[in-house]
Design a protein around this ligand. Structure first.
Ligand SMILES: *Cc1c(COP(=O)(O)O)cnc(C)c1O
Length: 222
């Protein structure tokens, strides 16, 4: 990606976030753009860093551990968010590398994260991922099991920021986003990680505090 492409795509996304925020009487500043750089190499990522982007998302611990330490060395203000499923045996690596984890979805992972945080003293923001469309193949806690998992996460002392979801593909995301927003309100959580390349504007109108955008910034993944 050229420097020009990176800055124009970034400006376009920011403008669309701002327009969506204003229609909902929200501030664009209250929405964090996470540039999802999974599968992208350093050469694809660097132009976005140069254009000023500082928050990035990855879906695999190992891939992120391979490319980010070097990219981040020159820009200590870069923040990394884990947006993909996390195995409990990688919890310590995830806590060491990431500033936020969006995929907390089961008790065993809550326990592994709490232990890794206690041992390292590092406390990345945690989002509980909800399987908002009740899809068997998807990560996330079932809606019905959310209250129990929230209680466990609170008891374990995890720094809970909010809820995250990936709604079913190829149907209107809005009702799923609205349901997640309602669940977050009921849980007293402020952050809402919703919205991807195809639906981030509607997510912003419904209250997204974090949008996770890959394709619209980097182009289609190989
Ligand atoms: C890949 C991914 C994204 C970004 O998706 P795009 O459609 O490329 O914007 C967002 N969230 C999660 C959890 C992802 O895995």
């Amino acid at each position: 990606m050229s420097a020009e492409t990176a800055s124009s795509r970034l400006a376009d996304i920011h403008a669309r976030i701002a327009r969506a925020a204003s229609t909902a009487d929200r501030r664009a500043d209250d929405v964090t753009l996470i540039a999802v750089s999974k599968t992208q190499d350093a050469a694809a990522i660097q132009p976005l860093i140069d254009a000023g982007q500082r928050v990035f998302g990855e879906n695999r611990v190992q891939e992120a551990a391979g490319k980010w330490p070097e990219l981040r060395a020159a820009h200590p203000d870069i923040r990394l968010h884990l947006v993909g499923q996390l195995q409990s045996n990688k919890a310590a690596d995830a806590v060491a590398l990431f500033d936020a984890i969006h995929s907390v979805d089961r008790l065993s992972l809550v326990a592994a994260l709490a232990k890794a945080m206690a041992e390292s003293g590092k406390r990345p923001d945690c989002f509980i991922q909800v399987n908002i469309g009740d899809e068997p193949q998807k990560g996330g806690v079932a809606v019905a099991d959310l209250p129990a998992l929230l209680a466990e996460a609170r008891a374990a002392g995890l720094p809970l920021a909010g809820l995250m979801a990936v709604p079913p593909f190829e149907v209107d995301s809005a009702p799923y986003f609205a349901l997640l927003a309602k669940l977050a309100r009921e849980a007293g959580l402020e952050a809402l990680s919703i919205g991807m390349s195809d639906d981030f504007e509607v997510a912003v109108t419904i209250g997204a505090t974090h949008v996770r955008i890959g394709t619209a910034l980097f182009g289609a993944r190989a």
